[in-house]
Design a protein around this ligand. Sequence first.
Ligand SMILES: N[C@@H](CC(=O)c1ccccc1NC=O)C(=O)O
Length: 248
Amino acid sequence: MKAEIKHKNKTYNIDLSKALDISLVLRGDEKNPVAWYLNAPKIQPVVDGDFIGKVTSGSSTNFNNIQFNPHGHGTHTECVGHITREFHSVNETLKNFFFTAKVISIEPEKIGEDMVITEHQIRSWLKVDEVEAVVLRTLPNYIEKRSKKYSHTNWPYLEEAAARYLRECGIKHLLIDLPSVDKEKDAGKLLAHKAFWDHPKNTRFDATITELIYVASKIEDGIYILNLQIASFENDASPSKPILYKTE
Ligand SMILES: N[C@@H](CC(=O)c1ccccc1NC=O)C(=O)O
């Protein structure tokens, strides 16, 4: 199935049968990626007295409970409600699901003990008003990211000015293959989150940050159409399934 998309005086041709899934798989075992000092998610049959919700245990259906954390266990999309005292639901703020997107690969720079994605690096890959979403793939892009244990690793992060520049470029949706756009242990500063959402000065309630994606190396840098789907959770964040379509 092919589609011709007209948007802001440009035409994009995409093939809907060639979906590039950039979400992580969420599974109930130790292979699942983990951040924020959590244990693995659990996917287990409902047990109620003699009843076990598993066909091989005599039930008519497989009937699992799932226990996971959207921020720590996989690909998730969050709105500014992640950092505000008042409640904001990602389900109420994300109302469109297709965007123009640019995939950018960046090798973070070593600054002291930290690995940092700088404004200077992003400036060389992104111009003002080019696209609505940026998909940031950090280099090196090793396959173990799909099961990485991130707690206490001081993962790479975006410098505040880089997040501000993304906002100034008109980026509404930022996607990254790390557990956070910010430094793991930052004493709650959340500088990149705040700069991207322009919070609290001029909060962009309709902007989202998607973390813990995985962009396979076969996906080339360039312009795509992004389909950003979430589950309808009334929460600051939801597990999400971003899909890219190469444009012609
Ligand atoms: N870096 C923060 C903690 C933090 O950002 C955080 C903690 C738990 C779950 C998610 C978090 N941030 C996600 O973007 C701090 O050190 O207080």
